[in-house]
Design a protein around this ligand. Structure first.
Ligand code: ADP
Ligand code: MG
Length: 476
């Protein structure tokens, strides 16, 4: 065989290029360097052990074919793997591995013939650089399951998350995609799963990463020509949590690289957890093949928590931070800020700050002043809860009465007025308004609305009530 290794390898590459997608070619074949040819054995140098495994797993048939084509039936392939050792010093190790099939490699690592230039190491899986690296998981211990309050708004997502935490990679929820609006607990829940897994299996490599950070790391890798290191790093993770994947929209290259990482992890039974501000069907600018993978597992949404859950969340936060507040203040905060938990926490923090600054006790009045300022900036939409609260305050009734089955006249009236304003001022359906008012059906709500309108035409005092209430509800 007179041709040199470069020429032979470039003929191989021509065939390979025609047979696999361009992206795969770029990722897996461009980085390969032909090293030598000796006795019909072509040695190619690959950047890492992962790389070698990937080639063996996905391209061995193709590789064997092209080698036979170029070198004849006696032709063989040998890999030379370059690794940095894990201590970060740059002495590369070169490991030679014959092309083999993956099973042989996995089942009999100790017997595998390998030569290492300097120090001989018996088991390739303990070669420095192949050792499991210690990855900082980036998990926030405050975002645990214990601190995550369960409610109707998050039941499915939470229990799926819990199942995943107990059996990462071993449930049908892979990937687990948690989606929902801002400040509803996506990040918290994603961390909880990671923390749960780490608690049970400290040896698992769990990594939480924001999609923005992931994208920036990738861009840096492109700049520094370390894309392969980037890919290999992520392919080594056992549980990968990527927060806010909607950020990948329109970023084709990032999506491509994530697609490869996703496939590798998924194929190897590794767990993937994603969060997004919208469900896959509504994600614009996301490649179809990626979207279809997002749908492989489970997409579970987080919706706005109801009043009781909001109060419970506030109490949990206060307890966790050693804060005590009068119950009515907590309720008022939870009543008034109903779209977003982060905002509710923000209001709580501002309230505490105000109180300590002015050395004032935190009273309902202070809370009201503060909330009014706070909430006006965020264009609050009136909620059914808030309407009920205002109506009950106005008639001096406990809110539980409104939600009860009682037929007492003044309660029925307050309930009907709440339904009327809920219909008028919120986007809620009749059924949902009914559900909020003691489990009434939509016909009851409709009837209530008609009764209120009729009364407002015939009863002067009643009209005054409505006008007062409307003012209170609009000037928040
Ligand atoms: P997202 O990622 O959806 O924007 P976060 O996870 O950052 O929202 O949540 C915002 C805040 O609300 C966090 O401080 C989080 O702890 C809190 N939070 C959200 N849902 C819950 C819950 N069910 N129980 C306790 N705290 C919650
Ligand atoms: Mg978040």
């Amino acid at each position: 065989m007179s041709a040199n290794h470069d020429a032979i390898w470039s003929s191989c590459l021509k065939v390979i290029k025609d047979n696999i997608p361009l992206q795969a070619y770029k990722t897996w074949f461009e980085p390969i360097v032909p090293v030598r040819i000796e006795n019909d054995v072509l040695t190619i140098q690959v950047p890492s052990h992962f790389f070698y495994e990937w080639l063996e797993e996905h391209y061995i048939t193709l590789l064997k074919k092209v080698i036979k084509k170029e070198l004849g039936t006696e032709g063989h392939l040998e890999y030379s793997i370059v690794m940095e050792n894990s201590a970060g010093n740059s002495n590369p190790y070169t490991v030679k591995l014959p092309a083999s099939n993956k099973k042989a490699l996995k089942n009999a690592p100790v017997n595998m013939p390998i030569n290492i230039s300097d120090n001989p190491i018996k088991n390739p899986f303990i070669i420095p650089g192949l050792k499991k690296v210690n990855v900082d998981s980036n998990l926030n211990p405050a975002y645990s399951f214990e601190n995550f309050v369960e409610g109707d708004c998050n039941r499915l997502a939470r229990s799926a998350g819990y199942a995943v935490a107990n059996k990462p990679g071993g449930t049908a929820f892979n990937p687990l995609l948690i989606y929902g609006g801002v400040g509803l607990g996506k990040t918290h829940l994603a961390h909880s799963i990671g923390i749960g897994i780490k608690n049970q299996s400290p040896n698992k490599t769990v990594l939480y990463v924001g999609s923005e950070k992931f994208a920036h790391q990738f861009i840096d890798a492109l700049k520094n020509q370390t894309t392969n290191d980037f890919i290999h790093f992520y392919q080594m993770i056992d549980v990968l949590i990527i927060d806010d994947v909607q950020f990948f929209s329109g970023k084709e290259k990032t999506q491509d690289v994530f697609f490869h990482i996703f496939n590798h992890l998924h194929q190897n039974g590794k767990q993937i957890i994603l969060t997004s501000d919208k469900p896959p069907v509504e994600m614009q600018g996301m490649e179809q093949r990626l979207l279809s993978r997002f749908k492989w597992g489970l997409s579970a949404d987080l919706s706005t928590p109801d009043l009781e859950t909001r109060i419970a969340i506030m109490e949990k936060k206060m307890y966790g931070n050693g804060i005590e507040l009068p119950r009515e203040v907590v309720e008022y905060l939870a009543y008034s800020i109903n779209t977003n938990i982060r905002e509710m926490e923000g209001a709580l923090t501002s309230l505490l700050a105000q109180a300590s600054l002015n050395k004032k006790a935190i009273t309902l009045d202070l809370a009201k002043q503060m909330i009014d300022k706070f909430v006006k900036n965020t264009a609050r939409e009136v909620s059914i809860d808030y309407i009920q609260k205002v109506v009950c305050d106005y008639f001096d009734l406990p809110i539980e009465m409104l939600k009860s089955k009682t037929r007492k006249r003044e309660v029925v009236q307050a309930r009907q007025i709440s339904m009327y304003f809920s219909k008028k001022m919120t986007k809620s359906s009749l059924a949902s308004i009914g559900a909020h008012c003691g489990g009434k059906d939509h016909a009851t709500v409709l009837h209530a609305c008609r009764t209120v309108m009729n009364l407002s035409e015939t009863d002067k005092q009643f009209r005054v009530y409505l006008e007062d209430l409307e003012k209170k509800l609009t000037i928040q």
